[in-house]
Design a protein around this ligand. Structure first.
Ligand SMILES: [Zn+2]
Ligand SMILES: [Zn+2]
Ligand SMILES: [Zn+2]
Length: 385
């Protein structure tokens, strides 16, 4: 639906925003350019809260110039650059463009963001978005509200640091939609936001699946791609711009469509996998993080169970294919109470676990008292959705 992405996990906010601005410039009226430009809190920079007691505080480092592939540099040479940085627990290579320094303390990680070694070596450091922010999707927001207005008027339990309106590409440009994405500080998405006394439900925003424009593979960008160039039209070893083929052949599935087509069965399967993985990753981050708000005393055993049993299994790579319809998991639920053996089945069912975890997160997030009846109602609602 949305043609825009706000997955700026890598902190490279500049180029996508510039790109969007340029697209907007050529399409919609000039006074609408600012109205629908993604809005961020002025001078906002991601950092770790001082009182956070997580076990590690990752910070990404990359070159200021995109062609500086610091992930490909000699680790010994990089260690030398950061030898005066305090509190580093370990270093990791992420990809050709990026490395990660993991700190033991929030303050050390925050201090490093403006460390002199970065400036001296043309590097920049930033806190990964997934460590300190959550992005929610909100529907039915009137189109006349600008992103800046929304930023000032929206009320929520968590601080808002960014607002974007989803735009649809049409024949003659971009058209605003009634869905927006809102970036909140913290690792738990608020359940609702308020706009002029109206309560809106906040849904988890899942960024679009990344597809490489060089090799047509998934989950990486052309910027870091080490594969050979593949044509998105005929799957030959050239760019689509130089393609003279009269036929279409998708490199991923062999079908007669473009490799970027959303009708590609291979791509559809990848999108489904991506969405499941993303949800599991977010829920497990929340459950394993000590920023997770405490539930009422009676519910502590449930959280404990989540920590011990549920969370690790959602982190592990999944071999099992997830089914789209929920009938499988809901029949499993019905048979569970009378049959202890079937718990084994349930624990292996990722979709079922995601729904349980989602319920825990929603309950932990809500301000209302969680009576058993209320908990049961939400659980059933989530399981039968
Ligand atoms: Zn690639
Ligand atoms: Zn071609
Ligand atoms: Zn295909």
């Amino acid at each position: 639906m949305s043609s825009e992405s706000d997955g700026d996990e890598d902190g490279s906010k500049k180029s996508p925003v510039d790109l969007k601005k340029r697209r907007l410039d050529t399409s919609i009226k000039s006074n609408d350019v600012d109205k629908y430009k993604p809005y961020s809190k002025p001078d906002y920079k991601r950092s770790y809260p001082d009182n956070s007691n997580k076990e590690e505080f990752p910070v990404y480092v990359q070159g200021i110039k995109p062609e500086d592939k610091i992930g490909n540099k000699n680790p010994l040479q990089l260690s030398k650059i950061f030898k005066n940085v305090k509190g580093i627990k370990e270093c990791r290579r992420i990809n050709a463009a990026k490395i990660m320094l993991v700190f033991k303390q929030a303050a050390a990680a925050n201090d490093f963001l403006s460390h002199v070694s970065l400036r001296d070596n043309n590097m920049k450091a930033f806190v990964p978005a997934s460590s300190v922010e959550r992005v929610g999707k909100i529907r039915f927001i009137p189109k006349e509200c600008s992103n800046a207005d929304l930023y000032h008027k929206l009320m929520a339990d968590s601080e808002i640091v960014g607002v974007r309106r989803f735009m649809k590409r049409t024949g003659d440009g971009l058209e605003p939609l009634t869905t927006i994405s809102v970036t909140f500080v913290g690792t738990v998405l608020p359940q609702y936001v308020y706009l002029d006394n109206w309560r809106y439900r906040v849904f988890t925003y899942i960024p679009p699946l990344m597809q490489c424009f060089k090799c047509m593979g998934f989950r990486h960008s052309a910027k870091v791609c080490r594969n050979d160039q593949v044509c998105s039209k005929c799957s030959g070893g050239h760019s689509y711009k130089e393609c003279s083929a009269e036929f279409l052949k998708c490199v991923n599935c062999g079908g007669d469509h473009l490799a970027v087509s959303r009708f590609c069965p291979q791509k559809a399967a990848q999108i489904k996998k991506h969405e499941n993985n993303y949800s599991s990753k977010m829920y497990s981050t929340v459950l394993l993080s000590s920023d997770f708000p405490p539930l009422l005393p009676n519910d502590k055993s449930v959280v404990k169970l989540a920590h011990n049993k549920l969370a690790p299994s959602t982190v592990q790579p999944k071999k099992q294919k997830l089914s789209q319809n929920s009938s499988h998991s809901s029949t499993a639920v019905q048979s569970a109470p009378s049959n202890i053996g079937s718990y084994d089945q349930l624990i292996k069912d990722d979709q079922f676990l995601s729904k349980i975890i989602k319920t825990l997160v929603m309950l932990g997030n809500s301000n209302t008292a969680n009576t058993t009846a209320h908990i049961k109602e939400i659980l059933i609602q989530n399981l039968t959705k």
